[in-house]
Design a protein around this ligand. Structure first.
Ligand SMILES: [Fe+2]
Length: 298
């Protein structure tokens, strides 16, 4: 651990890209200073150390804003098409649908997104994901057609929203259910919108990836507990940033204090898988993709 470069105990140096006042950020944001990391083809030693030590990391400007806007356009086109065609399931996985104040429906959890849009598919071919896969562990792949594929979460805080926060959890319950030692699984998020503290956003409990099985089961009530934790760290991010957190860490998505449009927060989660291929039925994906291309003129 390179404590000399990553830990800063001086409160006045709180790094917030939005100028969020230090008093609005949790204590841990003052104790842990994350350098401005950028991701190349491979992780640097310092980046690996940061992720291993704290259980999370943020890379600035993984894509420039103009490229993010192109991806957002495509996500919005897919969203419109899913709503217009009244799709509620993709490859057997249900979508989460919400309603805006004006009654417009929209998709709050989109799955297999890269099968529905060419730009998203090409995004996943970025060579820097190979570097992430290496860090994830041997045998990991980008699994566009497995589990939920590329997920796009769309959080909004307003009446009609089905997805405005998520309670505390780790992603290791499945391992525990099989009585296996929880394995490290990397949650890789790519931000389509800025996510300042006013939008709520991801909170993590640093170092908790190292906890034993008992605290992993009992420190919080899974998904029920939503209150701030005295140890939590708030991950703020800008559109185009990429974040990674260890799935064994306690994490939640906090409710925005902003409402409506100002609370909109869209983050894509990369589908990382290992082990035998478990491709989901694609019977509806191909014709759907062509229909989408036609409708959205992508
Ligand atoms: Fe999670």
């Amino acid at each position: 651990m390179t404590t000399s470069t990553v830990v800063d105990t001086t409160p006045s140096t709180t790094p917030s890209p939005f100028g969020s006042p230090p008093e609005a950020l949790p204590e841990a944001n003052r104790r842990i200073q994350m350098p401005r990391f950028e991701l190349g083809e491979r992780f640097t030693r310092e980046q690996l150390d940061f992720l291993d030590t704290y259980g999370f990391i943020r890379f600035r400007g993984f894509l420039p804003k103009a490229s993010v806007r192109k991806l957002v356009e495509e996500v919005e086109a897919i969203d419109r098409l899913l709503i217009e065609t009244e799709r509620t399931i993709v490859n057997g996985v249900p979508l989460i649908i919400g309603k805006k104040k004006d009654g417009t429906k929209y998709v709050q959890r989109m799955v297999f997104s890269s099968l529905l849009g060419d730009r998203l598919h090409r995004f996943l071919q970025d060579p820097r994901f190979q570097g992430i896969l290496e860090v994830a562990g041997p045998g990991y792949r980008i699994a566009e057609r497995e589990r939920d594929g590329l997920v796009v979460n769309h959080f909004r805080h307003e009446e009609g929203s089905s997805y405005s926060r998520l309670g505390w959890h780790t992603d290791s319950l499945r391992d525990l259910a099989y009585l296996e030692k929880p394995r490290r699984y990397l949650n890789v998020g790519f931000y389509l919108d800025d996510s300042p503290i006013t939008k709520g956003g991801v909170r993590v409990i640093p170092f908790s990836q190292n906890q034993g099985i008992w605290p992993m089961l009992t420190r919080k009530r899974y998904f029920q507990d939503v209150a701030a934790d005295p140890e939590e760290y708030a991950i703020e991010a800008e559109a185009g940033d990429l974040t990674i957190h260890d799935g064994r860490i306690w994490h939640r998505v906090a409710l925005a204090t902003a409402m409506g449009e100002a609370s909109r927060r869209r983050v894509m989660y990369m589908p990382l898988m290992e082990g035998p291929l478990k491709v989901k039925s694609a019977t509806s994906a191909t014709p759907f993709y062509f229909r989408l291309k036609k409708l959205a003129r992508l």
